[in-house]
Design a protein around this ligand. Structure first.
Ligand code: CTP
Length: 394
């Protein structure tokens, strides 16, 4: 299971509805899922490997012996959090029911033990055939979720039960089996991440060691929980994030300008970015020669969070701090001084946390008890902070 992105295998059977799974793939990505598409060989007659590759941004393989250096079916199965087969044809359902392993997709079905959602689409007479009825019953007995196809017009003039469901119906079914909380639908969450850079000259800057991983974890989990997410990204790689509105900035001044636009619209601000506390008084237009590069005169940057704390109307505000000692005392002082609702203080003693997938520290709120966290994943912290924000939103 992945500690970063939630991973889905999207199996595609040889039905005309395969083209509708292109939209499904996009919608899964927008929800923050990483998607690996595994078509059956014959399904490529409907949608080709190049399309799946371009849409998913990942290699696409149909047989176990292709691309073995890139994709091993066992590691692919182990990486997945969920398995989705859409569309599933009568033949594919029969092969899965029989436990066959004659292409990569059916191998993966056997090799994986994650929740499985199967979305059949076929002609009504095939769906109602006793063989298909028995095969679907077998799959359901095995614990797989098999959706009911929709009733309506099919390709051509026929109609009946066999239509591929709407993308939103499939996503809702996936949310149900994946246990995703959808408690942030309709909420706009603004997140800042990374570290600002303050230019000394065109080549040099004052920066810091923030990787942006915590902000990415918050953005990803907020998306999974249904929020609208705006990310102001300072010098961090957000290419793995699908579905958020990302504004890239370099300096504290640029971040301030981006916040001025997005903050009034948000319900929750999570200020995860490491904003440089000071910047050079002058940023040279030309590169400074090393013989003249002997000192830098600095001036303080405004405290963006404190400024917003003064101007806020309805927003819940969550700040971060990094301390090496006296965590609780310093964090509580910042919580009050900056007008925050919640603060998370990272324990960075010994250079811990930067660039890692885990964190340790303490969550402080205005009223509740302090919560100490020891070596938790950044995803887990993200969800705890989102829980706090949501509670405060009422
Ligand atoms: N912050 C900000 N603007 C700044 C500096 C920090 O908005 N110019 C925000 C950060 O995004 C973070 C919190 O304030 O949410 C951190 O507060 P800060 O007082 O800078 O904490 P430390 O980095 O721990 O600073 P100090 O060295 O003052 O202890």
């Amino acid at each position: 299971m992945s500690s970063t992105t939630r991973e889905v295998i999207l199996g595609v059977g040889a039905g005309i509805a395969a083209y509708k799974s292109c939209d499904l793939l996009r919608r899964l990505q927008e929800r923050g899922y990483g998607v690996t598409v595994v078509p059956t060989p014959t399904s490529l007659n409907f949608v080709g490997a190049a399309t799946w590759q371009a849409l998913s941004g990942r290699p696409v393989t149909t047989q176990v012996w292709e691309n073995t250096h890139e994709v091993s079916h066992i590691s692919l199965a182990e990486r997945a959090d969920f398995f989705l087969i859409a569309p599933a044809t009568a033949d594919l359902i029969a092969r899965i029911a029989a436990g066959r392993a004659d292409d990569l997709l059916t191998n993966l079905v056997l090799a994986s033990d994650v929740p499985m959602l199967i979305v059949p689409a076929m002609h009504p007479s095939m769906w109602n055939d006793p063989a298909t009825v028995a095969n679907v019953a077998t799959l359901r007995k095995r614990g797989y979720t098999v959706m009911e196809p929709e009733v309506g017009r099919l390709t051509g003039t026929d109609s009946g039960q066999g239509r591929f469901p709407e993308t939103s119906t499939i996503i809702a079914a996936l949310d149900e089996i994946s246990g995703n909380k959808r408690d942030l639908v309709g909420k706009r969450i603004l997140i800042t991440g990374g570290g600002t850079r303050e230019a000394i000259d065109p080549v040099r800057f004052i920066g810091n060691r923030s990787s942006g991983k915590q902000a990415l974890a918050i953005a990803r989990n907020a998306l999974l929980r249904g929020a609208t997410v705006d990310l102001i990204a300072a010098n961090m790689d957000s290419s793995s994030l699908n579905g958020a509105h990302v504004t890239s900035v370099e300096s504290a001044a640029e971040m301030r300008a981006a916040l001025a636009i997005s903050f009034p619209l948000c319900d929750v601000l999570i200020m995860c970015a490491a904003v440089a506390d000071a910047k050079p008084v002058r940023s040279a237009i030309e590169k400074i020669k090393k013989s003249l590069f002997t000192s830098i005169e600095l001036e303080p940057n405004p405290d963006l969070l404190a400024e917003l704390g003064k101007s806020k109307t309805h927003q819940i505000m969550i700040g971060f701090a990094a301390e090496t000692s006296e965590l609780r005392e310093s964090a509580r002082a910042k919580l009050l001084a900056k007008g925050l609702d919640v603060i998370y203080v990272n324990d960075v003693s010994g250079g811990a946390i930067f660039g890692k997938d885990t964190t340790q520290g303490m969550i402080l709120t205005r009223t509740g008890a302090d919560i100490a966290l020891k070596e938790v994943s950044k995803d887990a912290l993200a969800n705890l902070l989102l829980d706090h924000a949501n509670r405060q939103l009422g």
